[in-house]
Design a protein. Structure first.
Length: 104
């Protein structure tokens, strides 16, 4: 359970999207497909607040419906302080975020 009064991530925050195999049972029918297909996978958005030395400090992780701009921007709006610098890998769902330079 997430604390309702947890603080937002601030200053510089690195955000990325990822999928995790979601296996049910133990047989081949529970295996996820490879690639960007969401079938058999849990889609996640993650964010890490970066310290001045570049090390990751506090993190947030949330299951999302898809990798669209609506899902990713909503996640960021919920967990990142307005005005923070958001660093991404340039995925197509991230453009349009205020203060978000892509980093490869």
């Amino acid at each position: 359970m997430v604390g309702p009064d947890r603080s937002v991530l601030r200053e510089t925050v690195e955000v990325d999207e990822v999928s995790m195999p979601f296996r049910e049972g133990g047989g081949a029918e529970g295996r996820s497909k490879k690639g960007r297909s969401a079938e058999g996978k849990m889609l996640l958005a993650g964010a890490a607040m970066l310290a001045g030395d570049g090390k990751r400090r506090r993190i947030r992780l949330k299951e999302i419906d898809d990798y669209s701009a609506d899902s990713l921007h909503g996640f960021i709006a919920d967990i990142v302080e307005p005005g923070a610098q958001v660093v991404t890998d340039g995925w197509s769902g991230f453009p349009g975020l205020p203060g978000s330079p892509a980093r490869g």
